[in-house]
Design a protein around this ligand. Structure first.
Ligand SMILES: NC(=O)c1ccc[n+]([C@@H]2O[C@H](COP(=O)([O-])OP(=O)(O)OC[C@H]3O[C@@H](n4cnc5c(N)ncnc54)[C@H](OP(=O)(O)O)[C@@H]3O)[C@@H](O)[C@H]2O)c1
Length: 307
């Protein structure tokens, strides 16, 4: 079968011929319809992630949409984090208990683009972030997580959503996603988002420290990524004087049931046309170029590969 194959860590995958998966007990072979290229795929393939250097060669792709016995499913894999192949192929192995059966009418490409990015946005807002109706949320960055977070905050009843992104394209995406106010990352957050209840932060670094200045006493700050910096210059006096609650979030801490419920929520909103992120559809055959563009940030949104 046709598959994307990483042969050496740090190099983009290329199209290759790979044996079809032969599922172990408890596994199935999914007929893949769509597989996104996500920051986690890119990171794992570098060999510098906290999962270590992946065993090569392997098929990347930590999630995908496909069919099993004619039913549409979302499925995760551990590609790049543990030995084994992922979703960027005509067929992919998945554990039967991890399959999430999807509602009628779901667009595989749209749901693939949303995938675990939207799960992270949803769970960081509602579970870790304890978003309550009427609250003000600051969303940093407007990639897939940011776009999903703006829409999901609104759907969860947020009163006001303030979005901040470094590029004008990112700020345009934030406006289209429905943010009430959109600013650059060097804005005076105390002015545009004074008294905010929740900071949804995939960036960390200087932008998160600046945005945290706007949080109200007892405000919550949920970090789920470090796109702007691995460290963040926040002062102890800010944290103490406002009794801020700073938490980390990772999808890896979710139980299979929490993850399945979150995918179901995301799929339901997607079917209703309430939730989407910018994406670009690329043939699996063009995976090398697509991988490079996603890594460089020059793609037209989340790239979704179709076999
Ligand atoms: N914790 C979890 O479970 C979880 C789950 C999913 C994602 N994440 C993390 O969340 C982050 C965002 O993921 P994503 O899917 O939204 O990625 P994405 O679609 O690639 O978007 C990344 C966004 O970050 C912005 N950005 C990149 N470098 C930046 C910098 N130096 N300063 C300011 N902004 C910068 C980009 O802004 P421009 O568009 O303006 O260039 C882009 O909008 C990543 O770090 C990812 O690993 C974590």
């Amino acid at each position: 079968m046709r598959a994307a194959l990483i042969v050496r860590p740090g190099q983009p995958p290329s199209l290759a011929d790979r044996d079809e998966p032969s599922p172990a007990p408890g596994e199935v072979a999914v007929d893949v319809l769509a597989a996104p290229i996500t920051p986690l795929d890119l990171l794992c393939a570098t060999g510098t992630s906290y999962f270590g250097v992946p065993a090569t060669p392997y098929v990347p792709g930590v999630q995908g949409i496909g069919t099993v016995d004619g039913h549409a499913v979302w499925f995760p894999t551990a590609a790049g984090m543990a030995p084994g192949d992922g979703s960027m192929a005509a067929k992919a192995p998945a554990r039967r208990e991890d399959l999430v059966f999807l509602p009628d009418g779901v667009d595989p490409v749209v749901l693939a683009a949303l995938g675990l990015s939207a799960v992270a946005a949803h769970m960081a807002l509602t579970w870790r972030g304890e978003l309550a109706p009427g609250e003000t949320v600051i969303v940093l960055g407007c990639g897939a997580v940011g776009q999903a977070a703006i829409q999901l905050a609104r759907l969860a009843g947020a009163g006001r959503v303030v979005a901040a992104a470094r590029s004008s394209e990112g700020r345009d995406r934030a406006r289209r996603a429905g943010a009430d106010a959109v600013v650059a990352l060097d804005a005076d957050f105390s002015e545009v988002a004074a008294g905010a209840d929740l900071l949804l932060d995939p960036l960390f670094g200087a932008p998160a420290a600046a945005a945290a200045q706007a949080l109200r006493p007892g405000g919550r700050w949920v970090n789920l990524g470090g796109s702007a910096g691995e460290t963040c210059p926040v002062s102890s006096s800010l944290l103490r004087s406002r009794s801020l609650r700073l938490s980390g979030y990772t999808n890896n801490e979710l139980t299979a049931q929490q993850r399945a419920d979150a995918i179901a929520t995301v799929a339901r909103h997607a079917v209703r046309g309430e939730l989407t992120v910018d994406h670009e559809v690329v043939r699996l055959a063009d995976v090398s170029d697509a991988w490079r563009r996603q890594a460089e940030g020059t793609a037209g949104g989340r790239i979704v590969l179709v076999p």
